[in-house]
Write a protein that binds this ligand. Sequence first.
Ligand code: SF4
Length: 311
Amino acid sequence: MGDLVETFVELIRRASTELPADVEAALRAAREREDPDSAAASTLETILQNVALARASSTPVCQDTGVPVFYVYHPQGLSTRQLRAQIEAAVAEATRRAYLRPNAVDSLTGRNSGNNVGIGFPTCHFNNGLGKERNGLGKERNGLGKERNGLRKERMRVDLLLKGGGSENVGTQYKLPYEPLKAGRDLEGVRRVVLDAVYQAQGQGCAPGVLGITIGGDRGTGYVHAKEQFFRPLDNVNPLPELAALEERLLRECNELGIGPMGCGGKTTLLGVKIGVLHRLPACYFVSIAYMCWACRRARLEVLEDKTTFS
Ligand code: SF4
């Protein structure tokens, strides 16, 4: 596969400085929905101006460039050790070029590594192949569609999320049944805890955000899969009708909470809700909720032989 360091730097630059078109369009639509004289409308207007400036000047969309989370889907036989080394080199270089803020802090000493490389930092998930081989559930169960499962052997794909700290702090996990909300082990129970999570977050996750949710899995896989949901475009419809209906209902109901952009009040608390599902232990029923702020930064790189494509 060769040296991909510069290619990874470009992936990081794009993720950090160019908000995806669907997210920007959703922010624009939200601004149009809000009362023109409201704090919500002016907050969204400021966000949109900031997005345009960041793109034009190739500077980060937000001062917190978050933790880089890489999902690498690689062909058979590729060394993940080498890939990780190239990713780390790219992250360090992207930090030097100020596409990333130095964010990796030693949890014991409080010392910042200065280059976004540390123990378990950046986050990398390596997957040899995709879809069925990986989770045995097939495209119809993971909510990510055909495209995600259709990689050819020689092709590699790298998905990158930049996950901001404010929104990470309001992500949460519930264990059903959850007595305080009378939330049982069913989709109504899921609905109740998701509404609670958004209500508890108020404006602290830098609303309007996007929710990535996993029903099932264990405490670890639930969050990993929840963050994968952020790669679904906002207009992507869940292939499972009951989850598609729940996504739509939760989006509407969360927006009726009136929390609004940055908690200033208004009609737009969320831009999207995406739900995935994993098998679970009989004894456990977790609902893992990852909260992504308005700076929903994602970018994708595909490498096929010597051709590289970004999206
Ligand atoms: S939560 Fe998101 S928008 Fe808010 S400061 Fe962090 S990265 Fe920026």
